[in-house]
Write a protein that binds this ligand. Sequence first.
Ligand code: WTA
Length: 639
Amino acid sequence: MSEITIGLGNNDVKTRLDADSNFIGFWEKQAKNLSWFSSWEKTLDWNPPFAKWFVGGKINASYNALDIHQKDKSDKPAILWEGENGESKILTYKDMWVQVQKLANVLKSLGVQKGDRVTIYLPMIPELPISMLACARIGATHTVIFSGFSASAIKDRIDDSKSKVVITADGGYRRGSVISLKEIIDEAIKDSKSVKNVIVVERTKTKIKMSSKDLFWNALLDNASDICPPEKLDSTHPLFILYTSGTTGKPKGVLHGTGGYLTHLHSTFKWAFDIKDSDVYFCTADIGWVTGHSYVVYAPLLHGATQVMYEGAPDFPDASRMWNILHKYKVTIFYTTPTALRMFMRFGDDIPNSFDLSSLRLLGSVGEPINPEVWKWYFKIIGKEKCPIIDTWWQTETGGMLISALPGLETIPLKPGSGTRPIPGLQISVVDDDGKDVSANTKGYLVIKNPWPGMLLTLWGDDKKYRDVYWSKYKDCYYPGDYALKDSDGYLWLLGRADDVLKVAGHRIGTAELESCIVSHPDVAESAVCGIPDQLKGEVIIVFAVLKQNTTLDVKTLEKELITKIRNDIGAIATPKEIYFVTKLPKTRSGKIMRRLLKAISSNETIGDVSTLEDGAAVSEIQSTLEELKKSIKLRSEF
Ligand code: WTA
């Protein structure tokens, strides 16, 4: 494991020491970097597993993102927006502030009150952060849904959150074609009891049907006042729900609060990116996922940073698009995913080499393990061996980064592929099944031993599930569901999911959710889903389906139907790479499907001990079925 020592000259040893000796006092100090309407009475109310940070303090996220910058940064660009079709737009901190207040007044006039939920289903356009901040301003809880999700997935989320208003667009551009977002929303809310109004941004000027509850964004904002004082909200007031996939059939609504979450983001953004007033920051994440919430919307705005926001696909209209954007806007900090990097790497070095990328000073990676070869390519070809790379590990549930090199705080030798160390104030261990620390260089489960300010409040409407999913495997420890190892220098290496959650192109997909979709097809009796390694997407989906005995449909038709069903019920991101029809699935004696075995079989790995199988024959049967099927069934994923 080679080391690369590169830092930015900062070495704030005191911060680490403070955090290690008293993490509560340490976070209290960090919270003072934000603007509070009134201070808290208690820094942490820890009633495991429920943490309340800065109890009694009053704060507002949109005030901290916008109002505080109006004195000296009102003309500074907040967003340098680049449309997929080449359009561009600059929104200053003043522009954002005005728009947010107007929309906040519109929401109020539609009857949205503090505590109500608003669903946002928009492409990567400035109206998306504006909508989130307008909700935050009046204390409405936003729930953003990634614009690649299907009507049925949206319906589940809207019904669960009981949203009063939906904000969407007529359409969104993706690789030059238009996705009819409004039509998808119409379908999703056709039986909704909670949705009273739909606000429609005109992005593509596509012809759409408008009903009595539908209202156009522009018409509403034109007539709205641009003065809307921020609500003084409790620190623990729910800022947003973000649905994410887990090990159960239904997506979980991860609920985040305000004061703790913002404190976490403010601190980690400063430590990880060493953000300066002159920086041009660009994070490629879609705001529909947590990275977009935390490190596109809230963290950069809290710091009054200038950032690039890009609407479309990273390789559209061609493979040079990303480097073109970095060059055009003289980006200094670039934060992207291993999947995107693997794709860029495949296009070759000549394309990035033909652009002037000398403005870059810091690079980041997020969402999945980054393989050392890709890390080195990123370091050499994009960073020209002068930019530190931070590999940031965290989750929707953690709110912000928990493991990362922090060049804005300290200099640390980097090891390609390692996340390095936890952020200050956090105790992380790697343990075995019994919760005992494993020795150095041994794979185990990652656990977090103390609360942190960005942690989720709970799962929306389901405290029990929150406790069961994250806090029941190990006593008083948060279990994120990841494998990791600590090397002999104390560096952490994140080794992927230890549970039944897949990471396809960095997107989180639950196997149980997919399986329940597949078995709801009338011809399928049973199904098992697993992920296998893929050179581009990190992991791809393989489906095993056992058909009902009286099925008359042929396999080709069934494949097509299942793919359509998955796309309709969940979305294109869950499209499997291959579907295998088998007669039996390998199970433990207690009847649990052995996904690990299926994974090994489909990735051509050797199979270990199968003595616990209910019926050893099923394995060889699957193996021979696979051999046959692999030849004829090759369904390519198309997203
Ligand atoms: C994985 C994304 C390795 C991990 C921010 C985690 C990573 C899941 C890294 C959360 C990383 C995220 N290295 N694995 N740097 N970052 N992961 O909720 O398995 O979409 O549990 O949040 O992504 O995914 P989520």
